[in-house]
Design a protein around this ligand. Structure first.
Ligand code: EPU
Length: 466
């Protein structure tokens, strides 16, 4: 299906031929802001915290590893089985996207999925789904590699600042693809196997993943420098190599990808979710409890563990996958930290860390230069009595005693921060915006209840009372 295009001028005819962008702008602006899960309730969460958590919790599989791997399944013509796919609304969304492009899938157990894409039936990712989730942009590389052409809009997703895709585009161009942007729609075409070298301007997880997937098929060799070494990038590489890809240098900042004619089917186990694990570590810390997490990858959690230890929380690694968090001493220190790309402290954990530090006497400061405006949760924490202030790319936190109030999550980790704060609060915290939590946390209320956090859903409580 490879199509040669020499200049921007021909794009008009390509667009017309496939009716690209057929969702009108008017329809687009009326789109609901989030993927509407068919299976998950968005009823507000009611949390009555203040009791130290206790118990054992197995960590769920990783959302951010599963999403690009499902997107990359488009590269493979034979059936594959993925073990360790979390049941989240984001999974429903990416599965709808790959289905619209030719994939068939079925859940074969709670966390196992069979996917088969005998052929690519469409090269255009539907805007109505792409607008819901940034990770949908990850289908660009696989479509370009397998079908020779891909069409996708600027992705949506959590709105905590500008999230450009220039690195994705520059990498594909450096590898020989023609990529044209037209009013926020991207059209990528290759007329020969991708080959070449690209040095990323910055460490980007999604950009590295898209470039890797694009380079996997063909006869060329692609060298990617300053590539992300995030665990989710490594997991994608390991998945692709399991299916026959030839990616060298995995886990380093320089990757060399030798194209292969095709990938084969197989089975792959996705990594545990370090962000879910970190969230529960912080729930334990905020509630002054003792919690054991099993099925964790502790190497992925070192930066979070290090900061918790500095704050005075006991962290005991019992083996490679089990960690005990002991916050029962109730003597904690404020922290100063800056987020950084892996192996640094994750930007995705800074909102939850802020929530814990809001309960720790003294002044803490967290700086986020990856997403310098990712502090929208500060006002919501302040509704709970927190004393936080946003200054440039930092949040200043003066520890105090929090109280219950109605609050609203504005993105996945902002919602998780409210859950962490609520776990510390004796009164009732009512959290709206649960559709964001459903994107990243499977069975959140049951899991909180299983460790002793009194949690229910607004509708459920009313139903019980009536
Ligand atoms: N960036 C660019 N140009 C690009 C790509 C990225 O300037 O073309 C910048 C971003 O604006 C940001 C930095 O590079 O400042 C890192 O962005 P990255 O590309 O690494 O982020 P992502 O791949 O879009 C993933 C996670 C996010 C997480 C970030 C950073 C998934 C599905 N998403 O996004 O997770 O915050 O990496 O670690 O893996 C979440 O799970 O709540 C979440 C938002």
């Amino acid at each position: 299906m490879a199509i040669s295009i020499a200049s921007k001028e021909v794009i008009g005819s390509i667009s017309n031929r496939s009716n690209f962008g057929k969702d009108s702008r008017a329809e687009r602006t009326n789109m609901p802001p989030l993927f509407e899960s068919k299976t998950m309730s968005n009823a507000p969460l009611i949390i009555r915290g203040g009791n130290p958590v206790s118990g054992i919790l197995p960590v769920n599989p990783s959302k951010n590893a599963a999403l690009p791997i499902i997107a990359a399944s488009l590269l493979i013509g034979e059936p594959i089985v993925l073990n360790g796919v979390p049941r989240l609304s984001d999974m429903e969304c990416i599965l709808e996207i790959v289905k619209s492009l030719g994939a068939n899938f079925e859940w074969i157990s709670q966390h196992s999925l069979r996917i088969h894409t005998p052929e690519i039936t469409s090269i255009e990712a539907p805007y109505s789904l792409v607008s819901k989730m940034r990770a949908s942009f990850n289908v660009l590389g696989p479509l370009l590699a397998r079908a020779g052409e891909a069409r996708i809009s600027m992705p949506g997703g959590c709105s905590f600042g500008v999230r450009p895709v220039d690195q994705h585009v520059k990498a594909l161009r450096a590898m020989g693809a023609t990529v044209v942007e037209n009013n926020g729609d991207f059209i990528a075409v290759r007329d020969r196997p991708l080959t070449g070298r690209f040095v990323f301007d910055l460490l980007t997880v999604g950009g590295t993943q898209n470039a890797i997937s694009a380079a996997t098929l063909g006869t060329g060799i692609v060298r990617l420098e300053n590539a992300s070494i995030d665990p989710d990038v490594i997991d994608l590489c390991n998945f692709l190599n399991t299916m026959g890809a030839k990616i060298h240098g995995i886990g380093t900042h320089t990757l060399e990808i030798e194209g292969v004619e095709k990938l084969h089917g197989g089975e792959y186990n996705i990594i545990p979710d370090r962000l879910e694990a970190a969230t529960f570590m912080l729930v334990a810390a905020a509630s002054r409890g003792i919690l054991t997490l099993t099925n964790a990858n502790l190497a992925h959690l070192r930066s979070v563990s290090a900061k918790l230890i500095e704050a005075g929380v006991g962290i005991l690694e019992m083996d490679n996958t089990t960690v005990r968090i002991d916050a029962s001493s109730n003597k904690f220190n404020p922290l100063h930290l800056s987020v950084a790309e892996f192996p640094g402290f994750p930007t995705d954990v800074q909102p939850m860390m802020s929530a814990f530090l809001a309960t720790v006497p003294g002044t803490s400061r967290i700086t986020d230069r990856i997403y310098p405006t990712r502090f929208g949760y500060s006002a919501e924490l302040n509704r709970l009595g927190a004393k936080t202030e946003v200054l440039d790319s930092s949040i200043l936190i003066e520890g105090t005693r929090l109280h219950g109030a109605p609050v609203k999550a504005a993105d996945i980790r902002a919602g998780a921060a409210l859950v962490v704060a609520a776990a510390a609060i004796e009164g009732e915290t009512r959290i709206q915006g649960v559709e964001f939590l459903n994107r990243g946390y499977e069975n959140l209320e049951q899991r909180l209840m299983s460790i002793g956090v009194d949690t229910t859903r607004d509708g459920l409580r009313l139903a019980n009372a009536s």
